[in-house]
Design a protein around this ligand. Sequence first.
Ligand code: SF4
Length: 170
Amino acid sequence: MNILILLLLILAFAVVIFLVFRSFRTSVRYSIPKGTQIYGDLISEGKLLRSNRFALTGKPDKVVMSGKQVIPYEYKSTNADRPREGHMLQMGVYFIILEEMYPDKKIPYGVLRYREQAFRIDNTPRIKSAVLEITRQIRGTYGVPVRNHSNSGKCFHCSFKEGCVQSLIR
Ligand code: SF4
């Protein structure tokens, strides 16, 4: 790979990480949002949500509608004292999908819950740009990145698999 492309990828990745980690607040009070659950294990039967515009897919644990707001909720069985980068990007994917599905609603934030604490992840242009930047990298717009695993299950559950030039799922 051309050294310039490699440097650009490293720089873009560093910027993405910086931007993503500026978008969260922490509190144990963030839990399943109040409202009507419109998506979740018991009512959606595993249906995958999808953005046709960006070819992204996702499966939040729950989505709640409250008035004009739609709030995604994701539970992780591990513990973490701050949101993990991949989980924040996952929430960013949910924001993009839900904005496309509910154009007349607001998606102001999502709740990322770990075993012992929860975080409010704000829906900012930055987090969505970070998702789209990663998407461009994965799809090879700046050269083809190297997949760092051989786990097809990981690709199966990946929000970026559609259009990923390295995906193990065909
Ligand atoms: S589809 Fe597979 S290779 Fe592509 S980004 Fe997702 S996990 Fe990585």
